[in-house]
Design a protein around this ligand. Structure first.
Ligand code: PXP
Length: 259
């Protein structure tokens, strides 16, 4: 099998901290400040605790409607973090400008507005090839590793390779949602496995994300050639009971048993 992207040792954990900001916004959305002694929880403090616990990267999605992460959070993270910052972004001029201001280590292009997608989940890189290609070119030129968040479908994987994206993040949401239906779950897992094999043969770096948790990770890790998993909701939830450190370290062990 031809490939430019060799599988490399342990799978990295990118911790998505959006839902820490969701909790802040539940109380402080009207307050223009992002943090302060009363304004909790601070997603940047959460990210730093996760970094100390061994998270390999931090992921955020500043959305147009700023429903959780605000742009100021991203600016503070960029200054404070030692580990790479991965910014999820819609494929819009405004977000491209913001990415060029922030210069995160990586961006992941995601669908945001309903009219940009054909499926409920991933970016339609196949259908919006020109716009996605322009975004990827701009990010590549700026030296920002660009990934496309796509469904595990052959035409989306091929489109990602054709527009020059070095990385894809396969959407694991359909698999996660099928957990309680064993035949559908097996079918969704095989789609992810086949997608990873196809992407690997095209030389793409493969990440996974959405809906991965402490239970389904046992199956998710059967997907081959994975470089990184981006996990948010489950780790933030576990941290409420066990603390950030335990939540991060337990997930890393489950992602990489025996390492
Ligand atoms: N990857 C991407 C592209 C996402 O948009 C998200 C958040 O929905 C995640 C990973 C993390 O998903 P979750 O919070 O379900 O772990």
């Amino acid at each position: 099998m031809k490939s430019g992207a060799e599988p490399r040792g342990p799978i990295f954990l990118g911790l998505n901290i959006d839902h820490c900001a969701t909790l802040r916004e539940a109380r402080y959305s009207a307050d223009k400040r992002e943090h302060g002694e009363m304004i909790e929880p601070d997603p940047v403090a959460f990210a730093l605790a996760a970094e100390r616990a061994g998270a390999d990267g931090i992921t955020v999605h500043p959305r147009e409607d700023t429903r959780h992460i605000r742009r100021g959070d991203v600016r503070r993270l960029r200054k404070a973090l030692q580990v790479p910052l991965n910014m999820e972004m819609a494929c819009t001029d405004d977000m491209i400008r913001f990415a060029l201001e922030i210069r995160p280590a990586a961006v992941c292009v995601v669908p945001e507005r309903r009219e940009e997608v054909t499926t409920e989940g991933g970016l339609d890189a196949h259908g919006h090839r020109d716009r996605v290609a322009a975004c990827v070119t701009e990010m590549n030129r700026a030296g920002i590793a660009t990934s496309l968040f796509i469904e595990p479908e052959p035409r989306q994987i091929d489109a990602a390779a054709e527009v020059g994206a070095p990385v894809i993040e396969l959407h694991t949401g359909a698999f996660a949602n099928a957990w309680y239906n064993s035949s559908k779950r097996a079918e969704e897992l095989s789609k992810l496995v086949a997608a990873a094999e196809r992407a690997f043969s095209l030389g793409l770096i493969i990440n996974l994300g959405h809906g991965i948790n402490y239970t389904n990770i046992r199956d998710v890790r059967r997907v081959p050639y994975v470089h990184e998993m981006n996990i948010g909701h489950s780790i933030i939830s576990r941290a409420l009971f066990d603390g950030v450190s335990d939540a991060v370290q337990t997930m890393k062990r489950l992602m990489n048993p025996g390492l």
